[in-house]
Design a protein around this ligand. Structure first.
Ligand code: ADP
Ligand code: MG
Length: 239
């Protein structure tokens, strides 16, 4: 008989995970930490500059390896996979949303979203339908054929979110998703992330902005590489 794995329902499970850059001088960017993010949670991690946010994001996004501990992504121990499986795992399980959107400038919104499926060997016709559906889901059906330069910042980020969602990832991993947006537009992007969470998406947002972090269902702080569960989002714990 097999015992169910305790991490079965966790999208992210970190056990004693740490990251030290070798240097010299060596820098411990992440002190050993534990974290468990369940399917469907909306978690935010907030910390000031130099606190270890990018280091953590790189590890969570399978862009860098921790120097100790275990990272399980959707049940897979990521330390056991080779580089090509790691890239496949990243493509399958994680949708990235960045501060700077990273859209291809000479491709329409629709094409930017379709391109996220090219490596999955999805047939062209299916790609087209899925991209149109997901653009509709983020409220951009009417701008599907616009180029990024013809879109506002908020619309560009919606395209980027559509692109991140189209492969149906287990995790939406957002790095300062509102960092390039004015406050009203930022609020509408946070509303969208909240709505996606309401639809069952697992969302993790990393930010330096406490107001952004407070929009999550659950907030952690990071400071000097130490990750700490905050009392409650909105409870006003100071850092
Ligand atoms: P944040 O994104 O919160 O600003 P980082 O994760 O970029 O923080 O950095 C955390 C710490 O690790 C800082 O002290 C930074 O100087 C250091 N650091 C980041 N990247 C490297 C690296 N490649 N080599 C050595 N130290 C690094
Ligand atoms: Mg950073």
């Amino acid at each position: 008989m097999t015992t169910p794995h305790p991490d079965r329902a966790a999208v992210i499970s970190l056990e004693d995970l740490g990251l030290t850059y070798p240097g010299p001088p060596s820098v411990t960017a992440l002190h050993p930490c534990r974290l468990r993010v369940e399917k469907g949670e909306f978690v935010t991690i907030v910390g000031p500059s130099g606190s270890g946010k990018s280091s953590l994001l790189n590890v969570l996004g399978l862009l860098d390896n921790p120097t100790r501990g275990v990272y399980r992504l959707n049940g897979v121990d990521t330390s056991t996979v080779n580089d090509s499986r790691r890239a496949a795992l990243r493509g399958r399980e994680i949708g990235f949303v960045f501060q700077a959107f990273h859209l291809l400038p000479h491709r329409t919104a629709q094409e930017n979203v379709e391109l996220a499926m090219v490596y999955q060997r999805t047939p062209r016709r299916v790609r087209r339908t899925k991209a149109a559906d997901v653009l509709d889901r983020v409220g951009l059906a009417h701008r599907a054929h616009a180029l990024p330069t013809q879109l506002s910042g908020g619309e560009r980020q919606r395209v980027a979110i559509a692109r991140a969602l189209v492969a149906e990832p287990a995790l939406l991993l957002c790095d300062e998703p509102t960092g390039n947006l004015d406050s009203d537009t930022a609020a509408s992007i946070l509303d969208l992330l909240g709505r996606l969470h309401g639809e069952g998406m697992t969302v993790l947002v990393i930010t330096h902005d406490r107001h952004v972090a407070e929009r999550g269902q659950r907030m952690l702080t990071i400071r000097d590489g130490v990750l700490t569960e905050a009392a409650r989002a909105g409870a006003g714990a100071a850092w």
